[in-house]
Unconditional design. Structure first.
Length: 294
């Protein structure tokens, strides 16, 4: 993509096409954006605000989760700033207030309680907690959709990770819109930016003067995802266009898998009652691990 006006137009056209083709938004929608303050979610909020002004959907709000990681304080400030700039209702929830522990405290607790080999990277625990707060709070705020800033790179990294783990069910769930039929308590997730590259989002955010923070989670270098990121960058460098091709292959594969895996339906967690693909949801498994529930 070229820089300047042409770039902005092509970028927005691509995102809008994704929204239109996948029916991500409808007139009556009340959309909550999961806003971290980074470039992806800030851009997602910016584009959705433009669409809301054009009455593509009805209401727009943002939720930010304060993880209690000091290095991410700046992201929180940027999240506030962009909401003020776009005049979007903003709700901030702190992990510590909701669960009694900040992410740093949870990580220390996990390391103490688990044998070293079995400890996954903190970001995977954090993801479970963030998803839980987001879903609960979005439900309280009567949202009809949750929009996240996932970009094309995130999607193909996730697909590769699940492919390596042999988790075909998670690949089947990939797509622009995720949700579970017959489970009203689960608010559908939409990913308007999953068709654009991470580096193009950064260019877009800069050209549009969208405030965002460059701070990454300090634990992210420990995550499996980081290895996938490096591998994919290397492939893209040698074979330009591979990332787009990979996304299209993932989408085709996911659609085949969805037909094949109809039987794998969701159910309610035996402990908390939230929707889960297993008997006990990931959140309750984590709470058990932390000895916060029995
Ligand atoms: Fe939350 Fe890394 S610990 S994203
Ligand atoms: Zn549960």
């Amino acid at each position: 993509m070229k820089s300047g006006d042409g770039f902005l137009r092509i970028f927005e056209k691509r995102v809008k096409k994704n929204i239109r083709l996948n029916n991500l938004l409808s007139k009556e929608d009340r959309v909550v954006v999961a806003l971290s303050g980074g470039k992806d979610s800030a851009t997602c909020l910016y584009i959705l605000r433009k669409l809301q002004e054009k009455k593509v959907f009805k209401e727009l709000l943002a939720i930010t989760i304060d993880l209690g990681i000091p290095e991410l304080k700046k992201s929180l400030e940027k999240a506030k700033k962009i909401c003020e700039m776009l005049e979007v209702e903003h709700h901030i929830y702190s992990l510590k207030e909701v669960f009694g522990y900040s992410m740093n405290e949870i990580w220390k607790k996990i390391q103490k309680l688990s044998s070293k080999e079995s400890v996954a990277a903190p970001c995977s625990y954090c993801g479970v907690l963030r998803r839980r707060i987001l879903n609960q709070k979005a439900r309280e705020l009567k949202a009809s959709k949750i929009a996240t800033g996932h970009n094309l790179d995130d999607e193909i990294q996730t697909a590769l990770m699940n492919f390596i783990r042999g988790d075909l069910l998670r690949i089947a769930r990939l797509g622009a819109k995720t949700g579970v039929a017959n489970f009203q308590e689960f608010i559908p997730r939409i990913k308007p930016l999953r068709v654009v590259l991470e580096k193009d989002i950064e260019t877009y955010a800069k050209l549009r003067k969208i405030p965002f923070s460059r701070r990454r989670c300090p634990y992210s270098k420990l995550a499996f995802r980081n290895t996938m990121r490096l591998v994919l960058e290397e492939i893209e460098k040698e074979h330009p266009g591979s990332k787009y091709q990979l996304l299209s292959s993932v989408d085709r594969l996911a659609s085949i898998l969805r037909k094949e895996m109809k039987a794998a339906t969701a159910r309610n967690c035996k402990i908390c009652g939230e929707i889960s693909s297993q008997e006990i949801c990931k959140f309750c498994q984590l709470m058990k691990e932390l000895k916060l529930i029995k």
